[in-house]
Design a protein around this ligand. Sequence first.
Ligand code: ADP
Length: 488
Amino acid sequence: MNTHLSTRLSLVLFALLFLMSISFALFAINSAPLFLQELNQQVNRELANNIVKEKKLINNREVNQEALSSIFMGLMLVNPLIEVYLTDMDGKLLAYSAPEGVVKLDRIQLNPIRQYLDGKAFPIRGSDPRNPGQQKVFSAAPIYHGQQQEGFLYIILGGQAYDSVMEMLQSSYVMRVWFAAIAASLLVTLITGVIIMRHVTRRLVILHGSMAQFKKSNFTKPVQLPKRFDGRPGDEIDQLGANFREMSERIDQQLKLLQHADASRRELIANVSHDLRTPLASMQGYLETLTLKTDSLSETEKQQYLNIAYQHSKQLGKLIAELFELATLENHDPQLHFEAFSMAELAQDVCQKFQLDARNKDLVLKNQIPPQAAFVSADISLIQRVLENLIENAIKYTQPGGEINLNLDVSDNVIRTSIEDSGSGIPSEELPHIFNRFYRVEKHRNTEGTGLGLAIAKRIIQLHQSAIQVQSQPGQGTRFSFDLPAFS
Ligand code: ADP
């Protein structure tokens, strides 16, 4: 059975209140007679004593019948509930006020009388001579003749008549009113409790609804909750709501990221397989021709085919190496080896390395490096990789007769490295895409390349907490630059 939380809580509250009322009523019913008995005994504490002081009830071991009768009569008139007994020193009954035949005991216990006379806490109950085995509250006093004690006056305060009064009381109007009051307060408390429970659980109901909505939307629509849930510091339910909202937003973000990652993974696989397949198919074609037509091909043709196959295999190798490199750099936590080195020296070395390639293409490769020693703390092999990529590109995309400049600017503790060429440039609409994996500018797609070099350079600079910049004017040239913090 799917019972609402508030209903369950209300039922629990009802059960608790009901149990509490019942136990309270039982306790009250049981303790009321005790209380009455205590009250009765307290009020009549001096009754027996006063009578004994007033009248000589035993004289030389003889019961003074006359005095006794007057007391019996007097007491019966004033309070018919009490019964008077006269005992000797052993508790043996010598005389009593009850009619003949109703008194069943001829002796009473003296222990309760002694406790009474010693001033023990009330109520103290003693033998009821009319009902053997039953105990009643009493008032008692010793009877003396001179210095000699001769017996006890023993007055049962709630006699037979008292019992019937108690029974009457239990079915009385007061009792009925009392029970009605308990029932009414139970009802009022219950109704109030139900209202409070509903109020307390209202936000849980809203939260439950929002969670169900979120699940229904396949975890794509983050939870919207009323303002109270966001107000911190709130109570636990408010915080639960706020945490849940945050969690749903995070799940939504993660799902989007996963979808995006999945889409780019598919795109990457498509690109990779295309880029691998093209040189591979061409290489296979030339090698196949060489194998099949080896007799009919001239030595020059054979050499030419072999060269082409070799170029394609080199291209394939480069593509695979760069893919691997990029995958390593895009790892969550790639291992970088930071060290302090002179950026000027590194730039000189890389320039030197490409001088021959530049000259072969009739290009001038110059550098402008300030004399002061400018040190950076970076991964030297990765920064070298960036410089090489950028200079390689500059050589590749600049027409013969052009110029390439590698500049270092040191200012405000920053070394700005820039590689500028007077090449073909990049159209502005294509500029935002050139750092994407496999992106190649339209007009350069026939030039040899993988489309991975700039993606690798961008990632390396990013791993050094910086960003690579590009400015380009089609037909005039392109400038790539990046900053690294310098220290001397
Ligand atoms: P590729 O292997 O094609 O050079 P890159 O990632 O290094 O791959 O460069 C991406 C594209 O950016 C290149 O295909 C080219 O179109 C363009 N590009 C990069 N550097 C230059 C440059 N110096 N001048 C003009 N275009 C450039």
